[in-house]
Structures are given as structure tokens and as C-alpha cells.
Design a protein around this ligand. Structure first.
Ligand SMILES: NC(=O)c1ccc[n+]([C@@H]2O[C@H](COP(=O)([O-])OP(=O)(O)OC[C@H]3O[C@@H](n4cnc5c(N)ncnc54)[C@H](OP(=O)(O)O)[C@@H]3O)[C@@H](O)[C@H]2O)c1
Length: 290
């Protein structure tokens, strides 16, 4: 149901955290246009209720076409695992989107960044790409709202295989696990509240758990037979070498980074403006299990 005469383009709408944003914007009454390299993939996910624009962030004309008559653009991009791909997709991709957006008269941009992003943490390519993407947004002249979100609950199933859940490394930091639904609601409100403009917000969920604690809660609900074990990063690195596992080799630098780096920032200004996230890990896990 369209309530506002405002169209928002969602880049990366087919992604794990882009889809809930597109759906939430639609529920809030915005006109939502989905941007994807694959029209077929977007149609399968979104059906007929959404406008679909096919294109690629490296093709400026496809971006400009998709951004025409849009009030805002939400950016949900994932780069990597190679260093140059973080920069190419997340930084250069975002810079291209905001350049095209300002050229065709778009007013606002929202962006999913990460809760460890800062100048000091730019030694990791994924963080550097997000930091540079944020800078490109802030220089664009568009009104912006950047969400530095912590770990999402939706990531937990990725660590479970059969009856085994693995914590890669010690992952000692307590993280305020956030449900994508709570985050998506904040993004939607950002287009309605003037006080959300030109700010960076830390988005944290209601409770803090280490990765092991979070996996224990999640697995305890979906299947108590799942064993949660901690696997040292050195062992995983050796295993990746002898098995030639490309997937494991690619994920290890990310897990090494998060082993060293916890979430930063203060979510209270976010909660004041948007309302604090309510979905607990237990509630989310029960819903996931249904
Ligand atoms: N996991 C967490 O807990 C967490 C926490 C905070 C922040 N984040 C960040 O959230 C971001 C999004 O993650 P995600 O899991 O939603 O990613 P994802 O599922 O891999 O989705 C990425 C999206 O990027 C789009 N895309 C990639 N290359 C493109 C290109 N050349 N042109 C147009 N679109 C392109 C894809 O669209 P098409 O394939 O449809 O073209 C896809 O929808 C990441 O940067 C991640 O670091 C994650």
C-alpha cells in the first residue's frame, strides 16, 4: 500500500539485509524500487508488488535510470573476500551510487555500515571500504543516515552445519545481537524523521552475548542436539590449507578481524530517535524455528 509519494531505490535488495529493508519500506507505505543485476532473482524474491530496475553498480547509466524519480536510495552492498573487491564493491560502488543519485535529484541516502567501522580499524580491507563509502556519502551533498550496525542474529545459522556449531577463534567480545527486522524499521523511519538526517547511528540489539553464548541460545532452541564448539583460528587455517577449502580460506581473515575487534559506539541516540530494538535472541530463534 503506497502512502507516501516517495520512491526509495534499494540497492542490494536481494541481499540478506537488503530484503528486510525493502519489505519494511513497503510496509511503511513507501513506493519501493528494487535494484539488482538479475531481474529474475528480484522478481522471484519480491513478486509483483515492487518496481524492479536491473543494472550493475559499475554501470552508471543503469544506476541513473534506476534512481530517476526517487526520493531516496538505500545501499546494502557486500564486497570481498579479496581486498580489491571490498573496495570495488562497497567503496567505489557506493561512491558511484551517490554520484548518480545527486545528478538525478535524489534527496536522501541510507547506508548499512558496521559497528567496528572507524579510521583506526581501517587496517582491515572490509572496514576500510565501509569507512571510505561513508566518506563518499558524507561528501555527496545528499542528506544521509548511516547505520553502523552490530552483528545480526540472521548470521548465526551460517555457523551451524548439521549437528555442529563452530565458533571460529575465541570471539571474546560481547555483541548486542540485532534482528534485521528491528534494523529495517529504523531505516524506514530515517526517511520520515528530519532529526535522522546527516548522522551516523550505532544500531545494537537489546542483549549482549559472546558468539558462543549466542550460538548456545540459538541452537538450544532450534535443536538441543547441536554441539557448540570453539575451534582455534590456527587449527582452521591449517585445515583450510590441507583441504584446499576456498570458503574457509576466505572467511578466516574476517573471523580473525572480529576476534580482535569488538563493537564500538553508543546506541542511545539511535534508540531515542528510532525506539530501541525489542526483538530478543530467544524470540528471534523461536520465530526462525517455526
Ligand atoms: N553479517 C552481519 O551481522 C553484518 C553486520 C553489520 C553489517 N553487515 C554488512 O551488511 C552488508 C550487506 O550484507 P548482506 O549479507 O545483505 O549481503 P548479501 O546478501 O551478499 O547481498 C549483497 C547485495 O549486493 C548486491 N550487489 C553485489 N554486487 C553488485 C553489483 N555489482 N551491482 C549491483 N548490486 C550488487 C547484490 O545484488 P544482486 O545479486 O541482486 O545484484 C546483493 O543483493 C555487508 O557489507 C556486511 O558487511 C553485516
Amino acid at each position: 500500500m503506497v502512502l507516501f509519494d516517495k520512491r526509495i531505490l534499494v540497492v542490494g535488495a536481494t541481499g540478506m539485509f537488503g530484503q528486510p529493508v525493502a519489505q519494511s519500506l513497503e510496509k511503511f507505505g513507501f513506493n519501493v524500487r528494487v535494484f539488482s543485476r538479475s531481474e529474475q532473482k528480484a522478481k522471484k524474491l519480491f513478486g509483483d508488488g515492487y518496481e524492479i530496475a536491473s543494472g550493475d553498480i559499475s554501470d552508471i547509466d543503469s544506476l541513473k535510470n534506476a534512481l530517476k524519480n526517487c526520493y531516496g536510495v538505500h545501499i546494502n552492498l557486500k564486497g570481498g573476500p579479496k581486498q580489491k573487491d571490498y573496495d570495488r564493491i562497497e567503496h567505489k560502488g557506493t561512491a558511484a551510487i551517490v554520484k548518480a543519485a545527486s545528478e538525478v535529484g535524489v534527496k536522501r541516502v541510507t547506508y548499512l555500515s558496521g559497528a567496528t567501522v572507524s579510521k583506526e580499524q581501517c587496517w582491515f580491507a572490509g572496514t576500510k571500504a565501509k569507512y571510505n563509502a561513508e566518506q563518499a556519502i558524507m561528501r555527496s551533498g545528499l542528506d544521509y543516515t548511516i547505520f553502523r550496525a552490530t552483528w545480526f542474529m540472521e548470521s548465526l545459522p551460517l555457523f551451524v552445519k548439521g549437528n555442529q556449531a563452530s565458533v571460529m577463534g575465541k570471539q571474546p567480545h560481547k555483541l548486542h545481537w540485532l534482528a534485521a527486522e528491528d534494523y529495517a524499521r529504523m531505516v524506514s523511519k530515517a526517511y520520515l524523521f528530519d532529526e535522522a538526517a546527516n548522522k551516523i547511528f550505532y544500531a545494537f540489539g537489546p542483549e549482549a552475548y559472546t558468539m558462543k553464548e549466542a550460538l548456545e541460545i540459538f541452537c538450544g532452541i532450534i535443536n538441543p542436539d547441536i554441539k557448540v564448539t570453539m575451534v582455534p583460528l590456527g587449527v582452521l587455517s591449517f585445515f583450510a590449507k590441507i583441504t584446499f577449502s576456498k570458503q574457509l580460506k576466505e572467511v578466516l581473515p574476517l573471523m580473525r578481524y572480529f576476534d580482535k575487534t569488538g563493537e564500538q559506539g553508543d546506541p542511545s541516540p539511535t534508540d531515542e530517535i528510532f525506539g530501541a530494538p525489542q526483538i530478543t535472541l530467544e524470540q528471534w530463534s523461536k520465530e526462525f524455528h517455526k
